[in-house]
Write a new protein. Structure first.
Length: 267
């Protein structure tokens, strides 16, 4: 299959590109830092410089794939970052950027790929969300807002494009080892290390939950590959037993009880 993966310069995206190449797919790897994708090039990927907030780069990237391959079978919308910081503290400019990268850019790239998928009556769109797209936690409210948006949008898209043979699959990872946590921690420090929410930032950043060693992204790569191979993929896949437990508790517990439990786990 011809696959486009965004956010391929690091973490999950990079791991996924290497796996898809090893399984024989034609893979286009997109990110802003092309220099960070040399290893992927050496493994056989075509790299694209694409800032997901830049319309020219989005359109140009899709045009290049169509010129080269005449089709795009799979789009993996993976590029994102965590705009951590208390809701009150994060400036609206940073909030807009969070929505631009995690949601609007992703939606725009999808718009550009859909006509080509519809023309062939085949396509798979994988939207990488997060457990934070189903439950919101303190200090990651803006990130959750962007991922909740992605989740709701994916539900509508799934229904709209099904008649054209296109599947929409949402992936909900829990915490994993990548550049994500350091970027999120720096954002929390930048906006909320001083002021009304400083104690909360300190409590979370010094907690054992925050400092624990995170699993590599391989399990989520497995999940995406499994979803891509499924004849009838599920609408959502979440990571591991702990992710399942959190989603179950979110479903059954009263909201305030769930808030208390999560804050206990985070501290
Ligand atoms: N790590 C976790 O704990 C965790 C948990 C739940 C969900 N997730 C989700 O998993 C996905 C992958 O994250 P990760 O953990 O692999 O993080 P990561 O290591 O920080 O990788 C993020 C990728 O997104 C790209 N990116 C960021 N801003 C971009 C922009 N404006 N335009 C284009 N690309 C951009 C980065 O590339 P450039 O900077 O080179 O552009 C990078 O390749 C994300 O959707 C994230 O929300 C992660």
């Amino acid at each position: 299959m011809v696959v486009l993966v965004t956010g391929a310069s690091s973490g999950l995206g990079k791991d996924l590109v290497l796996r898809l190449l090893s399984e024989g797919h034609i893979v286009y790897a997109a990110a802003r830092r092309v220099g960070r994708m040399r290893e992927l090039e050496a493994a056989g990927a075509v790299t694209l410089k694409m800032d997901i907030t830049n319309d020219l780069e989005i359109v140009g990237g899709v045009e290049q794939i169509i010129r080269d391959q005449r089709r795009i079978d799979v789009l993996v919308n993976n590029a994102a970052y965590g705009q951590w910081g208390a809701i009150e503290d994060v400036p609206m400019q940073a909030v807009r950027r969070q929505m631009e990268v995690n949601f609007i850019g992703t939606a725009r790239l999808t718009q550009c790929c859909l006509p080509h998928m519809r023309a062939r009556k085949f396509g798979k769109i994988v939207n990488v969300s997060s457990l934070g797209g189903r439950c919101a936690f303190a200090l990651s409210g803006w990130y959750s807002a962007s991922k909740f948006a992605l989740e709701g949008y994916s539900d509508a898209l799934r229904i709209e494009v099904r008649p054209f043979g296109i599947d929409v699959i949402v992936i909900e990872p829990g915490a994993m080892d990548s550049e994500f946590r350091a970027i999120a921690a720096e954002e929390a420090r930048r906006y909320s290390a001083d002021g009304a929410y400083a104690n909360l930032v300190t409590a979370i950043r010094t907690s054992s939950a925050w400092r624990r060693k995170l699993p590599p992204p391989g399990a989520i790569t497995d999940l995406i590959v499994k979803a891509l191979k499924a004849k009838r993929p599920r609408a959502r896949y979440h990571s591991g037993a702990s992710g399942g437990l959190i989603l179950f508790l979110k479903h059954v517990l009263p909201d305030r009880t769930f808030d208390r439990l999560i804050m206990k786990l985070m501290r």
